[in-house]
Design a protein around this ligand. Structure first.
Ligand code: PLP
Length: 366
């Protein structure tokens, strides 16, 4: 069986380092805060070319804390893409703002810039750009829109560690960027973890304060915050894995290129498009076909696990029925029945990729 994701194999490849880091953290009992957290924050900021990093408990909290730190006028609207994981829109509503979905571009599956412009109203206060599947959004286009309309720009980078837009790492291209280290992400912890990046010192301070009970020192609480901290064990593990991230992203890009070369020219199959001047992080390799469900079944019968991101566009979920907008997101609602994510990651050998290519070719030949 070719697995979609194989975290145990990844662990075995770095076992000594990981075991040592875990043991060291337990010996020091630095379970919350401490050196591992501090050094991971510094290392991750440096890797992503951002000034400040604040570790938090997970990627959803990172979004909520970033939104709160921006202090947008209460009740205003935040634009999010119609195709993402629900955490993106959930964080908006949970923070007391109104979700406005914008349609997506069917080449990159990220925000459709023209549709974003159309959705802007007097009440819009921010845009959340999701670098979905690891492909950076059109940041020049978005920055133009936020400058013109005096909005804040948040990057949801949960799927895009290591992605590069026009020679700049994503994460600090807007006002603030949020990351998830959920185990299956390109950089994953051994549990929940997340981080916030920004180049704005005041914003970084506010995020840290919010995530740690509103305090600036022990028992000196300036505001009411919350408990959303990156724990020491996760930071120690992330510090080890961060050393391999660049290698893993290069490997993901090699696999993607191998897929693209092997699958090129099949009738009825569309391959991911990579815009010029970017480096894709290839968290997911997503193909598009009208015969999606049939292909998924066929590949499973041939020992290949695949996945769907996402089976239901956000505006079509029951959670958003109250918006009564599902019919307005034509592009997002067409593709949710056609997308299929193929296995990608450093657990795959070239032979695995070639076997997957061969299987897909034989499916379309019949
Ligand atoms: C994974 C993910 C999140 C949420 O991260 P968690 O760490 O699971 O809370 C947010 N946005 C996107 C696009 C994601 O893929």
């Amino acid at each position: 069986m070719i697995k979609f994701l194989d975290l145990y194999q990844q662990y075995l490849s770095i076992k000594e380092d990981i075991d040592r880091a875990i043991k060291f953290t337990i010996q020091n009992s630095s379970f919350i805060g401490g050196n591992a957290v501090k050094s991971f924050e510094e290392n991750f900021a440096e890797y992503q070319h951002a000034k400040y990093c604040v570790g938090v408990a997970n990627g959803t909290d990172a979004l909520e804390i970033a939104i709160e730190a921006l202090a947008l006028p209460i009740g205003t609207e935040i634009i999010v893409p119609a195709n993402s994981f629900i955490a993106t829109s959930e964080a908006v509503t949970r923070s007391g703002y109104r979700v406005v979905f914008a349609d997506i571009d069917t080449d990159t599956f990220t925000l459709d810039i023209e549709d974003v412009s159309r959705r802007i109203s007097k009440k819009t206060s921010a845009i959340i750009a999701v670098h979905l599947y690891g492909h950076p959004c059109d940041m020049d286009g978005l920055r133009k829109i936020v400058a013109l309309n005096n909005l804040k720009l948040i990057e949801d980078c949960a799927q895009a560690h290591g992605a590069v837009y026009k020679e700049h790492f994503i994460g600090a291209l807007g006002n603030i960027g949020t990351f998830s280290f959920y185990p299956g992400k390109n950089l994953g912890a051994y549990g929940d973890a997340g981080a916030i990046l920004t180049n704005d010192l005041e914003l970084a301070k506010r995020c840290r304060m919010i995530s740690n009970h509103g305090r600036i020192e022990k028992y000196n609480h300036v505001i009411e915050g919350r408990n959303s901290r990156l724990d020491g064990l996760q930071a120690a593990i992330l510090n080890v894995k961060l050393k391999y991230l660049e290698l893993w992203i290069v490997r993901r890009n090699n696999i993607a290129q191998r897929y693209i070369n092997g699958l090129y020219g099949i009738n009825g199959l569309e391959l991911p498009l990579i815009m010029p001047d970017i480096r894709h992080a290839f968290h997911l390799f997503v193909i598009r076909t009208k015969r999606r469900d049939e292909l998924k079944r066929f590949l499973l019968e041939h020992g290949i696990e695949t996945a769907i991101h996402y089976p239901i566009a956000l505006p079509k979920l029951e959670a958003y029925a109250y918006l009564r907008q599902s019919s307005q997101y034509m592009k997002a609602s067409v593709i949710d029945s056609q997308l299929l994510s193929l296995p990608i990651g450093e657990h795959l050998a070239n032979d695995d990729v070639d076997y997957i290519v061969k299987s897909i070719r034989s499916f379309f030949e019949n």
